[in-house]
Design a protein around this ligand. Structure first.
Ligand code: 0O2
Length: 235
């Protein structure tokens, strides 16, 4: 049951905040567990770090106004999908899809929408993988499905998006053309950097795998020699 769609009236803003904070904590914990388990199985952490936030009331009201909707709690909960937002930052583009896949496989998380701005970047140059999901929050007298926006991106994409966001706000969305163009150029550089880093990482993994195989072969050979020497001594 989605409490924001029931007819029993939307609760106070305090309760809404409580639910969204609980939903964020749940997703964060799930991500930490996946990261630890991944480290245990593959000796590698796909997640660099996680940031979460509750959208400010001013920002929520602005979004509602943009969509010609009144600033009621009901409209906020029903029409603003990113009141609770979590950003997962990873090293490589391949990690993004790995994490998205792990999220989709969690039985209590329902994926409502996916926007892949990595395959299809925005005109601004923005790249990121967005998911709107719901997660159940168990309250004393009911269970509610709370919406959370998950943004997954690399460290490099995050660096670009943070700077672009600041510039966007500074010029109130109307930055000079040459700055917009420079940002698009930087976004291409960020993509090239991500591709290069991924390629380099794969080469390093391949090399260390080959070194491991060679080390095992040398060890086997050393044992064979040792056995041979022992047999010669005994005869
Ligand atoms: P803030 O301040 O970061 O919260 P929807 O949310 O699905 O109803 P929308 O807004 O089109 O519709 O969703 P979309 O495109 O998935 O974008 C949501 C969020 O992605 C934005 O939230 C930004 O955080 C980020 N984003 C999208 N496009 C850009 C971009 O061009 N540059 C940067 N830096 N970030 C972007 P808010 O609410 O706009 O802002």
């Amino acid at each position: 049951m989605e409490w924001y769609e029931t007819g029993d009236g939307v609760e106070t803003w305090q309760e809404v905040l409580l639910v969204y904070n609980a939903a964020l904590r749940q997703i964060e914990t799930k991500m930490e567990i996946l990261n630890e388990e991944f480290q245990h199985v593959h000796q590698y952490n796909p997640i660099e770090h996680i940031k979460s936030r509750i959208k400010t009331p001013e920002s929520i009201v602005k979004k509602l106004r943009r969509n010609n909707l009144d600033s009621t709690i009901e409209n906020m909960v029903n029409h603003v999908n990113d009141i609770a937002g979590i950003r997962i930052i990873c090293s490589f583009t391949s990690d993004i899809y790995r994490i998205a896949d792990m999220i989709e496989k969690q039985r209590d998380i329902k994926v409502m929408t996916v926007k892949d701005y990595i395959m299809f970047p925005k005109a601004s140059g923005y790249k990121s993988y967005h998911m709107i999901v719901t997660v159940p929050v168990y309250l004393s007298d009911k269970t509610v499905d709370a919406k959370v926006e998950i943004q997954i991106r690399t460290v490099a994409m995050d660096f670009w998006a943070s700077l672009e966001h600041k510039i966007h706000y500074k010029f109130e969305g109307d930055a000079p053309e040459h700055i917009k163009q420079e940002l698009v150029d930087c976004a291409h550089m960020v993509s090239d950097l991500d591709d290069k880093m991924l390629q380099l990482n794969e080469e390093i993994l391949e090399l260390s795998h080959m070194q491991e195989v060679e080390r095992e072969e040398r060890e086997k050979e050393r044992r064979r020699q040792q056995e041979l020497e022992n047999q010669i001594h005994q005869s």
